[in-house]
Design a binder for this molecule. Structure first.
Ligand SMILES: Nc1ncnc2c1ncn2[C@@H]1O[C@H](COP(=O)(O)OP(=O)(O)OP(=O)(O)O)[C@@H](O)[C@H]1O
Length: 318
């Protein structure tokens, strides 16, 4: 057999693959500002089982990136692949539940079962049991873990209780890629840590991948396997977490915990937080300097060229 005919077993594909992605909002008119927001030349690969912390200052593009990964905006097919398939073009990814996105606007988007409004006077049971094709064991586990009382009236819930029901609805089907845009913010500490533990279990046992954008670092030490730090739409730092500090390796963390080398969680929580805090402060200083330079030497106004093919390469000339 000629060597060209030898079929090599395919290497395990990444669950998420972002390849030189460039994206700007379609309606954005860059002629209004020299500080046009754009995700630029962004690449990131996340293998099965990975848990990626998406971090960066306010307005650096975390939500935008998650929404592009979720297939909410059209980008060229090869730029964003989820499970090897184009996130925008392959609608079966979201329809099947293989790709799941839980964002801040999600309250409104999926906060209903059929025609029942989220705030209606119906029990949580109706909402949760209204989702078809769900493994009853998984449903029971989620209801228990999220400490949901199935008799709760959806009309009388606190923000945190309503959020628990919503998270449950979003996790009922076993996703392969889960995109989280700070959905744990309303949860109490125990609820949040239980949920993080559940995600970790799902990644380790089912090879799922989670991308989690958050400003809350409690409990992330020993949880995240990857880190993506964004600065103004660019991936400033990204990759396996231990490359930023060997002590952040989740396996090392587990071993140290087992051997009693980690005294209390507080010491741990600060390592990751301290790392990102330094980057945020650096970025803040750089931005102030840049803004001052731009104030002293304003750039000439740019003129927009209409691009009939969408938003990928917004072209401008002076
Ligand atoms: N629909 C939109 N149209 C145009 N510009 C937008 C839109 N949504 C967000 N932006 C802009 O894109 C940039 C990135 O916003 P994004 O919400 O992705 O940041 P973020 O990192 O998630 O911020 P935060 O940490 O505050 O949640 C901001 O400058 C924002 O003003």
């Amino acid at each position: 057999m000629a060597s060209a005919d030898v079929v090599q077993p395919p290497s395990e594909p990444n669950n998420v693959s972002v390849n030189n992605l460039t994206f700007s909002y379609p309606q954005y008119n860059a002629s209004e500002s020299s500080l046009a927001f754009e995700i630029a030349d962004f690449s990131l690969n996340l293998p099965p089982g990975s848990r990626c912390l998406l971090s960066g200052a306010n307005g650096t593009g975390k939500t935008t990136l998650l929404q592009v990964l979720a297939g909410k905006y059209m980008v060229p097919r090869s730029d964003v692949l989820v499970l090897g398939r184009p996130a925008f073009h392959d609608v079966a990814l979201t329809n099947s539940g293989e790709l799941s996105y839980l964002g801040t606007a999600w309250r409104r988007e999926v906060g209903c079962a059929g025609s029942v409004a989220l705030g209606a006077d119906i029990p949580a049971r109706t909402m949760i049991y209204g989702v078809p094709d769900v493994d009853p064991e998984r449903r029971n586990r989620l209801v228990e873990m999220l400490d949901i009382d199935l008799d709760w009236s959806m009309m009388k819930l606190s923000d945190g209780q309503r959020r628990r029901v919503q998270i449950c609805l979003g996790l009922l089907r076993p996703y392969k890629v889960l995109l989280l845009d700070e959905v744990t913010v309303d949860l109490d500490v125990v609820g949040r840590l239980d949920l993080l533990e559940f995600f970790k279990y799902e990644c380790e046992t089912r090879g799922a991948t989670v991308v989690y954008a958050t400003h809350i670092f409690d409990g992330l030490e020993g949880w995240a396997t990857h880190l993506a730090y964004l600065e103004n739409g660019k991936l400033k730092r990204g990759g396996r977490i231990e490359q930023f500090a060997p002590s952040l390796d989740p396996k090392l963390y587990e071993n140290q915990k087992r051997d009693g080398l980690i005294e209390g969680d507080m010491q741990n929580k600060t390592r990751l937080l301290e790392l990102v805090e330094v980057w945020l402060k650096e970025e803040h200083g750089d931005r102030k300097k840049r803004e001052e330079e731009e104030r002293l030497n304003p750039a000439p106004k740019k003129k927009e060229v209409k691009n009939p093919f969408g938003n990928r390469h917004m072209a401008y000339y002076r």
